[in-house]
Design a binder for this molecule. Structure first.
Ligand code: F0G
Length: 447
């Protein structure tokens, strides 16, 4: 059978290819990350097929908000309508990944950010089975891991990745080791990882240190890394914008807004838009806005020329890695530059997908903003007033839209999609917030 999918180095000056059945994460020639590339150009008539699958007709692969779009991430090279092939290859939690996460209008949030309700939607990815957007990418990465005969999946995590990896590993009867920055993880996420039977490895350091350790461990034969440097994670997370676009009848919004951590989401959103544009499925390109926590704002500083006058850009595949290295160097010396935010999910100083993220920002004419912890908490809280819950890091999307609207970057009539990346797993945060009457949306208890 002719190979239809392969791995390709994202460096346009390299472009080395690897078999889809490879464990490579980085190019062995130039050290750039890899992309999954498909030879076939999917027909836009698939839009109707995807829509029809919303009536799943007994197939969990139609129920799944990831595998419903399986033709657009067919790295297993299967006959997508053959249920036996699907069940042999595709990893799914009984169709639950991505099933309930679609955009919703949230009137109070719209009012807070300064947009008409009809112009802004929010997509609660926390309504995934493990409670975060990670399940989209994890179902795809574990599918590839299974294809490669992996026995153990490995990740570093600020919490949600470990919960998601643990859940899928338990379901697939695989082992799962998770490397976590000791004492810096929301208890709700930690307890999920324990409960799913993962082997916790506590790292004395921050997420960036845990990530380095986990990559070393994943070198062991039979081990398989599922952090977002894994190109198959990115494939699964492409379905987040697919679901948003489908809801909008494939009419492209002006903005897609994400919190930024390791930049897996930014990368996957960029890749999905690059492909859809190349395939002629969309004619316009929405702008991505990445929102950093101001306490963990590497990308914000580098992209906007705050650390150095130079503004870090994709630069046709030659970003200034020296500038990044200098920033990391300073970070190791300067306590003020070390990542520090109560939104622990995005307490990340070294975004491992920075090159792919820059490429996505370039393609979409994207921007990077930062918001404070207080702004994120307000954002998180106003989402609650619409009957949805999200975690503090997701509040960055709300707070970021508000800030960009206040600055006039997002215009009054712009159409905006905000991604709420995870569910509330830190119960003390809303309790503390509401018990402090000085908070904007606080409703203190009566005594
Ligand atoms: N929002 C939530 C709720 C997250 O858990 C994360 C990342 C992000 C946003 C940032 O996404 O890395 O794609 O830019 N959490 C990872 C983890 C790092 O280990 O759970 P990104």
């Amino acid at each position: 059978m002719q190979q239809k999918a392969k791995l390709v180095c994202i460096n346009p000056n390299c472009g080395k290819t690897y078999s889809i059945k490879s464990l490579a994460i980085k190019c062995d020639s130039c050290n750039f990350l890899l992309d999954v590339k498909y030879e076939n150009k999917p027909s836009s008539s698939l839009k109707e097929v995807f829509y029809e699958r919303r009536n799943p007709q007994g197939s969990i692969y139609n129920e799944s908000g990831v595998w419903r779009f399986r033709e657009l991430l067919n790295f297993c090279e299967i006959e997508t309508e053959d249920i036996e092939q699907c069940s042999k290859y595709l990893v799914s939690l009984d169709g639950a990944e991505g099933r309930q996460s679609k955009p919703y209008h949230m009137s109070k949030v719209a009012e807070f950010v300064g947009l008409d309700n009809e112009n802004v939607v929010f997509q609660p990815e926390g309504y995934n089975p493990s409670g975060s957007f990670k399940d989209n990418g994890m179902s795809a990465a574990v599918t590839h891991g299974k294809m490669m005969g992996a026995k153990k999946i490995i990740c570093a995590s600020t919490g949600n990745t470990s919960a998601s990896a643990g859940m899928f590993a338990a379901n697939e009867n695989m082992e799962c080791d998770v490397y976590i920055p000791d004492g810096q993880i929301a208890p709700g996420k930690l307890s999920q990882a324990y409960q799913f039977g993962t082997q916790m490895v506590k790292v004395n350091g921050n997420f960036d240190d845990a990530f380095t350790k986990s990559l070393e461990a994943a070198e062991e034969p039979g081990s398989y890394t599922v952090n977002s440097v894994n190109p198959f994670r990115i494939e699964g997370q492409k379905t987040i914008p697919y679901r948003a676009l489908e809801y909008l009848n494939w009419e492209v919004p002006d903005w897609l807004v994400y919190p930024g951590g390791a930049l897996g989401n930014t990368s996957s959103c960029g890749k999905s838009l690059m492909e859809l544009y190349e395939w002629g499925w969309i004619k316009k390109i929405p702008r991505i806005a990445v929102i950093n926590a101001s306490g963990a704002n590497t990308l914000y500083q580098l992209f906007n020329g705050i650390f150095d006058e130079e503004k870090l850009r994709w630069n046709e595949g030659a970003p200034n890695f020296e500038l990044i290295r200098r920033f990391y160097d300073e970070m190791s010396k300067d306590e003020n530059l070390k990542p520090k935010t109560k939104a622990t999910a995005i307490q990340i100083g070294k975004p491992s997908n920075v090159a792919k993220g820059l490429r996505a920002l370039e393609f979409t004419n994207g921007i990077v903003e930062e918001v404070t912890d207080k702004e994120m908490l307000d954002g998180m809280s106003v989402v609650g007033l619409n009957g949805f819950d999200c975690e503090m890091a997701s509040g960055a999307s709300v707070a970021g839209i508000k800030k960009l609207r206040d600055k006039g970057v997002i215009k009054k009539d712009d159409k905006v999609v905000g991604i709420l990346t995870g569910r509330q797993k830190e119960p003390l945060l809303p309790i503390d917030y509401h018990n402090d009457p000085s908070n904007k949306f606080a409703r203190p208890p009566k005594i």
